[in-house]
Design a protein around this ligand. Structure first.
Ligand SMILES: Cc1cc2nc3c(=O)[nH]c(=O)nc-3n(C[C@H](O)[C@H](O)[C@H](O)COP(=O)(O)OP(=O)(O)OC[C@H]3O[C@@H](n4cnc5c(N)ncnc54)[C@H](O)[C@@H]3O)c2cc1C
Length: 385
């Protein structure tokens, strides 16, 4: 049986960064991916500048389909737009973007096995064995980067409860670049009030729009219908190929480690519940997990109690922020006519929200800023000052 220092399961953004970092630390690293790369991954493909600040390489120009300098927000008949001078995000197609990330890992010395699905894990006295559809591999530790439907997570925690999951349905709508520019040039379009605990989006891409709706699982039972109504409202054709995908909600307290196993990215549930941003947390958690693994090699300790320092670090770096993001999301959805109305009618409210996405403000601070101002903003929205 082939032996590695570490095996990473899943070659999305979290697995690519985790494996790259492990290889850079001198560990023999196997990266397993069930699909053949490049593989399709349903995603809006908005990668924030704050996400990119967590990787140590630039993104190839060819991968950047559009640049995001602002956000346009809609709620009922209201609409508002905020633009920034500096770039806030890039828009990519995940198939190409993820292959690029994996190529960085391979350059660092990672051994990639795609079209190889991990089936089970077996704890042994001094190692862990990963069984795949092609064979068995032995390592001291496994990083589970296998997304929202993670099999690795079964060895760590309870499955996600339905309320901890969102469902997204989306399609690519072909359009000329001129049509894309005319609809929304270099900004993203967000529609609140379309689905509970979520929103509808129109993101500009190269010769198409990424259009979708995401909301909590229970409110998305009739997701196709919700999506078709959204497409009609926007004036887009409903004759499209749709895809649906689950998304976990961050902000919940969950186990992310057990003996010889660490979860990262969506497998760990690290997604901002308000914006649905997950790539940033995939990058951060992938890197932190790899650093924790390297430390375990120094101390020869792969126990849950040793690995748990990773959980503490995640909580400090972004876990608290995701907790407040969940609070904000709950508050906004409890009183949509107050909060979504504010977001779509007062530039200051939206502008401050963008500060959170740019990592210049935490959700806790945003909530502290927003709540006392609600009566003033409401009056301002009602009265013609
Ligand atoms: C519709 C939608 C839109 C989104 N839009 C955005 C956005 O615009 N910006 C943003 O930041 N985030 C967005 N997100 C969230 C983002 O897509 C995820 O948070 C991110 O992809 C998480 O990365 P990951 O590496 O943890 O998991 P994934 O990207 O899901 O990668 C997991 C990988 O593991 C592989 N795998 C699974 N099981 C196995 C197995 N048993 N063996 C081997 N390999 C396996 C999968 O094939 C996959 O390649 C969106 C999510 C959805 C659903």
């Amino acid at each position: 049986m082939q032996r590695y220092d570490v095996i990473i399961i899943g070659a999305g953004p979290s697995g690519a960064i985790a494996s790259k970092t492990c290889a850079e630390k001198g560990l023999s690293t196997l990266l397993l991916e069930k699909e053949g790369l490049p593989r399709f991954k349903l995603c809006g493909g908005a990668v924030s500048m704050s996400a990119l600040s967590h990787v140590d390489f630039g993104i190839e120009r060819d991968l950047i389909e559009r640049e995001g300098y602002g956000e346009r927000v809609h709620f009922k008949n209201r609409q508002i737009e905020v633009r920034r001078k500096s770039r806030m995000a890039i828009l990519v197609s995940r198939d190409k973007f993820d292959v690029f990330l994996v190529s960085k890992a391979v350059d660092a010395g990672v051994e990639l096995h795609d079209i190889e699905k991990a089936r089970s894990l077996n704890q042994k006295q001094s190692a862990i064995v990963v069984e795949t559809n092609k064979g068995e591999y032995n390592a001291k530790v496994v990083i589970g980067a296998d997304g929202v439907n993670s099999i690795v997570s079964r060895y760590v925690r309870e499955p996600y409860k339905p309320e901890e999951l969102g469902l997204c349905i989306a399609a690519e709508i072909p359009a000329s670049n001129a049509e894309v520019d005319e609809y929304i040039e270099n900004a993203v379009d967000i529609h609140y009030g379309i689905a509970k605990f979520g929103y509808g989006w129109v993101f500009p891409k190269e010769k198409h729009f990424s259009v979708g709706v995401g909301g909590n699982l229970s409110s998305m039972k009739n997701s196709r219908n919700i999506f078709m109504i959204f497409l009609k409202k926007l004036g887009f054709s409903t004759d499209v190929i749709t895809h649906a995908h689950l998304i976990p909600s961050g902000g919940y307290e969950r186990e992310v480690c057990s003996d010889r196993i660490i979860l990262v990215g969506d497998a760990a549930g690290f997604v901002d519940p308000f914006y649905g941003e997950g790539i940033k947390y995939a990058f951060i958690s992938g890197k932190l997990a790899a650093e924790r693994v390297a430390e375990s090699y120094e101390n020869d300790d792969f126990s849950k109690s040793a690995l748990d320092s990773y959980k503490t670090l995640c909580r400090t770096m972004f876990g608290e922020n995701l907790k407040y993001s969940l609070r904000l999301t709950r508050l906004m959805n409890k009183y949509p006519n107050i909060f979504f109305r504010l977001l779509s009618s007062d530039k200051k409210v939206l502008d401050k929200g963008l500060e959170v996405s740019a990592e210049r403000m935490e959700y806790k601070e945003y909530l502290r800023w927003l709540i006392p101002r609600v009566p003033y903003f409401m009056l301002k929205a009602l009265l013609p000052f």
